[in-house]
Design a protein around this ligand. Structure first.
Ligand code: NDP
Ligand SMILES: CCCCCCCCC/C=C/C=O
Length: 356
């Protein structure tokens, strides 16, 4: 079963061939996929993942063959793998894929779709769960944006800010991991909504980027002398809304700078995903009670019954130039682990994408 090793950026990637049907069959397609070899322990390592190849069978009626063009790497994959995957499973994930062949009358070969196919170069689908790009997608707009600003991260910003935070014009919004896929959209939608926006991020280049896309204030949380002072300086009156992507120490400090009746959207906790021992934090009851705060967690997929409306709005803002996007593109399917690990080192500006 073991077929050898492949040199990739100085690393040895183990390649395993799994034949799911006799290799003599015609029109075989070789699919590559990344499997979770060993559950991550701390920061993910390339050696925790394994590149496997599989020969796909011929299509049955109703099925489609898809080829990934762009794949998404996202921080949620780290806690998801821990909770919902077993060793040997293919890594969870979405891609923009091209329909290579269709035996499903609802889909035509050549069409691009957003799919939940996992970390695979090719896969077979029955057509359920495939999403066409929103109508009116301009030819000049990269299709990869359907994995970012006009995709799941954009939807996360949209529903988190408009439905959970319920921002109002004139309010002050704080967002961390602000130069990332979700954060950069949060800040810009808050500006569209007439708010003042403060962003925290991990490099001076990212701070400059945030200012260039309209953030009123931005700071580098890694170099400020005091996070408490940086937050106070950026908004001396405090914050009405806090869109929390990071959790941990940042959240413990920020909660004390909320205004009366402030709202905290608990979107994620990227600072905590690689902890081997859970951290202890501040007790939140005092600020929550005395300032009568609302703190609410949410999962974007719970809002997918309204994704058509939201994707339409996001695409419109992008086309009008009100919503800018940046992509951090890694070339090569073999480099998916590196692109994924890079998320936890702050390597990406905007949406992290892998181009096959
Ligand atoms: N609830 C939901 O439905 C969803 C939740 N999420 C969550 O939203 C958050 C942002 O995701 P997404 O926009 O895709 O990712 P990003 O594109 O923002 O990439 C992750 C960024 O997080 C920052 N980061 C990494 N490690 C740390 C750390 N230890 N402390 C502080 N910042 C860190 C880095 O930016 P920097 O240089 O600024 O440090 C990095 O670039 C995540 O927590 C994710 O899990 C995402 C989608 C849906
Ligand atoms: C504290 C853990 C936060 C994990 C966030 C999970 C978000 C899942 C969104 C998935 C979208 C898939 O398309």
């Amino acid at each position: 079963m073991l077929s050898g090793t492949d040199k990739n950026n100085g690393q040895n990637i183990e390649m395993i061939q799994r034949h799911s049907f006799p290799p003599s069959c015609s029109k075989m397609v070789t699919a590559k996929a990344w499997a979770l070899k060993k559950h991550f322990d701390g920061l993910p390592k390339a050696s925790d993942l394994e590149l496997i190849t599989t020969e796909l069978p011929n299509l049955k009626d109703g099925q489609l063959l898809l080829e990934s063009v762009f794949l998404s790497v996202d921080p949620y994959m780290r806690p998801y793998s821990q909770r919902d995957m077993k060793e040997g499973d293919i890594m969870v994930g979405t891609q923009v894929a091209r329909i290579v062949e269709s035996k499903n009358p609802a889909f035509t070969a050549g069409t691009f779709v957003v799919a939940r196919g996992g970390w695979r170069t090719h896969f077979i689908s029955d057509g359920k769960d495939l999403l066409l790009l929103p109508s009116g997608w301009p030819e000049s707009l990269p299709k990869s944006v359907a994995l970012g600003t006009v995709g799941m991260p954009g939807l996360t910003a949209y529903f988190g800010l408009l439905e959970i935070c319920k921002i109002k014009p004139g309010e002050t919004v704080l967002v961390n991991a602000a130069a990332g896929a979700v954060g950069s959209v949060v800040g810009q939608i808050a500006k569209i909504g007439g708010c003042k926006v403060v962003g925290s991020t991990g490099s001076d280049d990212k701070v400059a980027y945030l200012k260039s896309i309209g953030f009123d204030e931005a700071f580098n949380y890694k170099t400020v002398a005091s996070l408490d002072e940086a937050l106070r300086k950026a908004s001396p009156d405090g914050y009405d809304c806090f869109f929390d992507n990071v959790g941990g120490e940042f959240s413990s400090v920020a909660i004390h700078q909320m205004k009366m009746f402030g709202r905290i959207v608990v979107c994620g906790a990227v600072s905590q995903y690689n902890n081997t021992v859970p951290q202890k934090g501040t007790f939140v009851q005092f600020p929550i009670v005395f300032k009568q705060l609302r703190m609410e967690g949410f999962i974007v997929t719970n809002w997918y019954n309204r994704q058509e409306e939201a994707l339409k709005a996001l695409l419109k803002w992008v086309v009008e130039g009100k919503l800018k996007f940046h992509e951090h593109i890694t070339e090569g399917f073999e480099n998916m682990p590196m692109a994924f690990i890079g998320l936890f080192k702050g390597e990406n500006l905007g949406k992290a994408i892998v181009k096959v």
